[in-house]
Write a protein that binds this ligand. Structure first.
Ligand code: PLP
Length: 395
């Protein structure tokens, strides 16, 4: 049996300076060179392994990167300041002026707005396509296309991308595949299907406590080196780096990510099944009724379930907000954006995290105005949570 991601994360063990079972936090922003010539060589890229300045690299951020790379099965990983900075830096590094991106149209609203409104100012254009229409994806690739972008499990529609087919398309077309794996850490391993760069908003499941903003870029040694190059590196030169204190927190939390993901999946799966039995219009990738259930089952890692995200279509945003209000009052969950928290978080994407997407486009991608997105937490017990949900739904 191949080793699970859980084992691979566990096997990355750094020690404190006196043998402590956890590494120390190296908070220094700059490091001493015993030989001044070594500083010069480091700047010229002729010497590796020396710490220069923490916007370039930092021992604690690197330790987090090594552990994260083990999780994603990539050679390397770089912690950055947020999920958006992970996306922006990756795209800026890979796509020159005049370049083109083919992107899934069902993506987080912030990413959509960045692609649609900010990238054209930099001379980069984006074509949005249905992530499950492989012919449309292939047809959208032009000689200027540099990147194919998707979310493994999309926000908020929970469509699962055919990572294997996308890996084949990107190879055939000679372009890079960039995958946002924020909704499915451990569950999906896009790099194993050929993704060149895997990004996460660590603000979500990786943190798990809704107490920080952070991101990560997992890729080859070569690409991570490019990002921190002193002359050309977008992370080095625009500066959205991860603070060592955040990297240390996340490093420790990665060890219990497998337990947390299993707990999220178990709670969400329980609720989704109960909802479906009660004829509530629920979408959850673990249900056989989900359009990509079979695809996801084939491509995912088997040990962590189908994740913690589900949606319920309430038809109108008013009805969604009314239900969410009742649920919040009944202590089922909290009406707040974001996801991956220990408690359930609820939001109505059409008027919040997807509101950047124009109404006509929301309609075209079948994003119902009344979709209620739930990030199911693992606190409490499944039966009580279900009883609370049903009572509010029937009220
Ligand atoms: N990617 C996805 C799928 C998200 O849901 C989000 C935020 O909601 C982001 C990226 C952006 O992450 P951050 O808020 O950490 O910048």
């Amino acid at each position: 049996m191949p080793e699970t991601q859980s084992q691979k994360i566990r096997d990355i063990q750094d020690f404190g300076e006196e043998g402590g079972v956890v590494p120390v936090i190296d908070v220094a922003s700059t490091s001493t060179f015993l030989d001044p010539l070594d500083m010069e060589k480091t700047f010229h890229g002729e010497l590796e392994g020396c710490y220069l300045y923490s916007r370039h690299s930092n021992p604690t951020v690197n330790a987090f990167g090594r552990k994260f790379a083990a999780l994603e099965g990539t050679e390397s990983a770089l912690g950055v300041a947020s999920g958006m900075s992970a996306i922006a830096a990756t795209i800026e590094q890979l796509v020159p002026q005049g370049g083109h991106i083919v992107s899934s149209r069902t993506i987080y609203g912030g990413t959509y707005a960045f692609f649609k409104n900010v990238l054209p100012r930099r001379g980069v254009t984006v074509t949005f396509v249905d992530p499950n229409d492989l012919n449309a994806i292939e047809a959208a690739v032009t000689p200027q296309t540099k990147v194919l972008f998707t979310e493994s499990l999309s926000n908020p529609l929970l469509r699962f991308s055919d990572l294997k087919a996308l890996g084949e398309i990107k190879k055939r077309k000679g372009i890079k595949l960039v995958v946002d794996n924020t909704f499915t850490p451990l569950i999906a391993s896009p790099a194993s299907y050929g993704a060149d760069v895997v990004i996460h908003s660590c603000t979500k499941y990786i943190s798990g406590a809704s107490d920080m903003i952070a991101g990560v870029i997992a890729s080859s040694h070569e690409f991570i080196h490019q990002l921190i190059d002193v002359n050309q590196g977008v992370v080095m030169l625009t500066g959205p780096v991860m603070d060592a204190r955040i990297a240390h927190e996340l490093y420790l939390r990665l060890d219990h990510l497998p337990i947390r993901m299993n707990a999220h999946s178990a709670a969400a799966s329980f609720l989704a099944q109960k909802m479906e039995q009660a004829d509530i219009p629920v979408i959850y990738p673990g249900l056989a009724s989900h359009p990509e259930h079979a695809l996801m089952t084939r491509l995912m890692n088997p040990d962590f379930g189908y994740g913690g995200m589900l949606t319920v279509d309430c038809k109108t945003s008013k009805a969604a907000m009314e239900l969410a209000s009742k649920l919040q009052h009944a202590k089922f969950g909290l009406y707040a954006v974001s996801l991956g928290f220990s408690r359930t978080l609820m939001s109505c994407p059409s008027v919040s995290t997807s509101s950047e997407i124009p109404e006509a486009e929301q309609k075209a991608m079948s994003l119902s105005p009344g979709l209620l997105r739930l990030s199911i937490g693992y606190t409490g017990d499944h039966e009580t949570q279900w009883k609370r949900f049903l009572a509010c739904y029937q009220k």
